[in-house]
Write a protein that binds this ligand. Sequence first.
Ligand code: 5GP
Length: 217
Amino acid sequence: MNKNSKKNNDIFKGIMFVVSAPSGGGKTTLCKRVLKIVPNLVFSISMTTRSARKGEKNGKDYFFLSENDFGQKIKQEKLSEWAMVHGYYYGTPKDFLEEYLSAGNNVISDIDVQGGLRIKKKYPLNSVLIFIMPPSMKILEKRLRERKKDDEKTIKRRLENARKELKEIKKYDYLIINDNIEEATEHLKNIIISEQMRIRNFYLKNTLNNFLNYNLK
Ligand code: 5GP
């Protein structure tokens, strides 16, 4: 165990659930649904240099930053991880995440595979990586076309990216095949609940002390 992970072990009590999926994989809907039904779970709002899409709000969907300001956040070590995705910078605000994890709360975030692997490295005892895939590449392609957000070139790039991300899947902890949104939500909920019941988690939270320190009369 390296010095950092020992320190993490001492400080962080909650779990960061990273949800990654190719565009069109359905992760945003899934995160929203699970946040409504799982208690003690908050969403980590990322920072990005891309501009807001129609209907997106600063501080709700993302914190929208200039490249300059994002560079400052990196320099000041204000991000737990950051990555360049589809030509823009994205990152996880560190203060928010660590404050919640230290207090024993659980956090869910929708971040790409590079970011997920960095989170795992930084918080090895406090992170769970979940990959979401549609049932097949063919269905992924169909979903990308049906949402009519992207041109042909972008669709091809997103499919290529999906294939690349899939190659990293063995470093992830779970895979959910998102065939049916109700079932996929149930699977994600079950993973979150089960992870909270790991013995390791009870040690992190010191909740076993009540039992261990009980004095028999
Ligand atoms: P979009 O711009 O479509 O909302 O997201 C594009 C990609 O950026 C998605 O794959 C999403 O998971 C990823 N992403 C969003 N926030 C973060 C973040 O904080 N860190 C990293 N590494 N990726 C992120």
